[in-house]
Design a protein around this ligand. Structure first.
Ligand code: GLA
Length: 725
């Protein structure tokens, strides 16, 4: 609900459990007064106090009043050069060379429904309302429209800003954040999700210290190193208690999430496009729209925050128009790598079909002259030496086995050893007069250019016309370097990074529109571009190239703080594991992969009879309870980063009548014969039958726990299926 108190010029956004408030002050500055647990309509600006603070300057129109300063007031969209020395949200370069921004309120609109952002991913659909607040920098003649989307049911507030040049001179945008959140306290913890290739999104929590702490990416993608999702929380907050704020940026390029603990024990969080090499020129009448950011505030810890985000992402971000269960897949990558021919692939498919596997995904190596990762990218036609019957022939045979057929592509890339590169060397990002940088031996196509995207689209259209393809894995295997676009003049090169991302979105949108029956999985060396922006186009993302079940416990745990299990591609692979050589039981690998979008990535034609039996059982089990994983509420029952003898989690149906509880033990520990696992999220008043055997009251299972059987040996696992009587 959006409320505007006209007499006091207060804007209040209410969700079911939270309230967010802003107020226009006497000078037209938009102040942030409150974000937290729901409060009935009240003017919360009594929290804002003013005093004469040395070295905090006072705007001209305040006369000689020394108690009014932008430097001490909580700002809704912070400015720079006019007295606020904290993190700016907006930095304008005027035609006279000045760097400033000074925004004053000019009006507002309340609109029914949730706003959309042209060319950018955004939460959508019913149940949303929109508030637009208009601000203006009168001297620069630049208008800023602040967009707020309110989804009461998910306690979700979305934000974006549109900056319009209303003057007669071109202005430069050096920084345009998506979100600015000022909180009147400095005693908060900042939690970020960090890592590297094959170990993504590990939570890092630290108390804010004075000054700016930030994470971000200048890799052109959101990156393996830091995720565009962060949290601020009470120092005492935990999984089930305490105040916490989650903030996600729906963007797949360079980003920055910076938290500043200010001199007066205040905190400012600013999130948006990374200012590195960002300089967007706005000619008269041109506008710039920031990516969307979304915030959730939970009064009951991280678990509730995640469940709210999961529901919102599932129901209002993903645009998956294939209802029901996603097919259980087998992917050829870890089974064959580049070494395959049609017969080998069919052997794998023939082994998979009788196990209940429904989709065969042909990974890298099917096109051009690609026989290793040094060549072929960009030549999107089938390699007839490997596949003499073409993709159509192979797909037909796979379909004949009762399986769907899917294909790997890496549209944004080009190998120097390719026909595409020979014909269009200037289509690859590179700076004239400099040697360029390879990543995985490949170059990046300049996706800011429409003719490049059109060419790739046409080539892939041709591929898709040749075979019955229902799934694409859209990969992206290097970071951007040498970012310079031959299509942009020198003064617009600061737009290249962002225009690249817009280009990726535009092409993905074309596929979404023209091939609604094709499920696209996102991927970037595993989880290097796992963000809310990509999820709008690719409703699932390959979580990590690390398929080791034990490392995956951590990766999937960290990922789950923002992203729901139905978005995480998770496969059972062979042991010793490719990444870390660890050996884990097949049963455990299945339990871990089953808490995401389930599949296999191993040579099933070499599986023993016993292994085939286990796999068929896993597939059957997943099919019986997939809805809990895909649509249920997710409960983290333990922290795999803590020194705990087990990692456990649960998926509970929204009506709380069914649950799937999973547990994996650690290594080299004596079995814990008397251990009881305390569950969460059940209905205390219901009785639950566990794995078709004994039944227990819900309150007892949550308060006292479920007695675990003795699990002996390293990395053992257990799954409990609970059904209310
Ligand atoms: C990336 C992906 C893998 C696989 C390879 C193929 O690393 O993350 O899953 O598709 O590329 O080259």
């Amino acid at each position: 609900m959006i409320v505007h108190d006209k007499s006091k010029n207060i804007f209040t956004l209410h969700t079911n459990a939270t309230t967010y408030q802003m107020k226009v002050d006497d000078y037209g500055v938009l102040l942030h007064t409150y974000y937290g647990g729901r409060i009935a309509d009240a003017d919360l600006s009594y929290l804002i106090r003013s005093a004469d603070r040395g070295f905090s300057p006072n705007p001209g129109e305040a006369g000689h009043c020394r108690t009014y300063s932008l430097d001490t007031l909580p700002q809704e969209y912070s400015t720079c050069g006019a007295g606020d020395f904290r993190l700016p949200s907006l930095e304008l370069e005027a035609s006279d060379g000045s760097h400033m921004a000074d925004l004053r309120y000019t009006g507002y609109e309340i609109r029914t429904g949730k706003y959309a952002l042209e060319g950018l991913p955004a939460f959508h659909g019913e149940g949303g309302e929109t508030l637009v607040i208009f601000l203006k920098d009168a001297a620069a003649r630049v208008e800023v429209e602040l967009y707020y989307g309110v989804f009461a049911a998910y306690d979700l507030i979305t934000r974006a800003a549109r900056i319009v040049n209303q003057g007669e001179e071109t202005v430069g945008l050096c920084r345009a954040a998506s979100l600015c959140l000022d909180l009147p306290r400095g005693d908060l913890d900042f939690v970020t999700f960090d890592g590297r290739h094959v170990m993504e999104r590990c939570p890092t929590r630290a108390a804010l210290r004075p000054g700016v702490q930030s994470v971000g990416s200048v890799r052109g993608t959101s990156s393996h190193q830091h995720n565009p999702f962060v949290m601020l929380c009470d120092p005492s907050a935990g999984e089930d208690q305490g105040l916490c704020y989650g903030a996600m940026l729906l963007y797949s390029g360079n980003f920055e999430a910076a938290a500043e603990r200010g001199q007066f024990e205040d905190t400012r969080l600013v999130m948006g496009i990374n200012p590195y090499h960002f300089h967007f020129r706005l000619a008269p009448e041109e506008s710039f729209t920031t990516p969307e950011a979304a915030m959730v505030c939970s009064l009951n810890g991280f678990g509730q925050m995640s469940r709210l985000l999961h529901r919102a992402i599932r129901e209002r971000l993903l645009r998956d128009n294939r209802p029901g269960r996603k097919p259980v897949l087998v992917n050829s990558w870890e089974a064959t790598y580049f070494d395959f021919d049609a017969e080998k692939l069919l052997r794998l498919a023939r082994a998979a079909a009788p196990l209940g596997i429904e989709l065969f995904v042909l990974d890298d190596g099917w096109f051009g002259t690609r026989s290793d990762d040094k060549g072929g990218l960009g030549d999107w036609w089938v390699n007839r030496e490997k596949l003499p019957g073409g993709l159509g022939g192979l797909a037909d045979q796979i379909n004949g086995l009762g399986m769907q057929f899917g294909l790997w592509i890496e549209p944004e890339m080009v190998s120097e050893d390719s026909r595409l590169y020979h014909e269009h060397p200037d289509w690859a990002l590179s700076v004239p007069g400099r040697s360029y940088t390879r990543g995985r031996s490949q170059l990046v196509l300049d996706f800011s250019r429409k003719e490049v995207r059109d060419h790739i689209y046409d080539a892939l259209r041709e591929v898709l016309s040749q075979a019955n393809i229902t799934y694409l894995k859209w990969d992206m295997n290097r970071s951007l370097t040498d970012v310079w676009s031959a299509a942009l003049p020198a003064e617009r090169q600061g737009e290249a990074y962002h225009r690249y991302v817009l280009g990726v979105y535009e092409l993905l949108e074309r596929f979404h529109r023209d091939y609604p029956h094709i499920l696209i999985e996102g991927c970037s060396g595993g989880g290097g571009r796992f963000d809310g922006g990509m999820l709008y186009y690719t409703p699932q993302i390959w979580c990590s190239d690390n398929t080791d079940a034990v490392d995956r416990l951590r990766i999937q745990y960290g990922t789950s703080f923002c992203y729901p299990p139905c978005t995480m591609g998770a496969h059972v692979s062979a042991v010793p594991n490719e990444t870390n050589r660890r050996v884990t039981p097949l049963e455990t690998r299945g339990v871990v992969a089953m808490s995401g979008v389930f599949g296999y990535e191993m040579d099933l034609s070499r599986a023993t009879k016993e292994e085939r039996k286990v796999i068929a059982g896993q597939v059957e089990r997943y099919k019986a309870c997939w809805d809990l994983v895909a649509e249920g509420d997710y409960y983290r029952l333990s922290d795999p980063f803590a020194d705990s003898p087990y990692t456990a989690w649960a998926h509970v149906s929204p009506d709380k009548r069914r649950a799937l509880v999973s547990l994996v033990t650690g290594s080299t520990r004596a079995a814990l014969p008397f251990f009881a696992l305390r569950l969460k999220g059940l209905d205390p008043a219901l009785r639950y039958r566990v794995n078709g055997g004994e039944s227990y009251p819900g309150d007892a299972l949550m308060q006292a726990g479920y007695p675990l059987p003795v699990l002996q040996g390293d990395y053992q696992s257990l799954q409990l299926y609970l059904e209310a009587e």
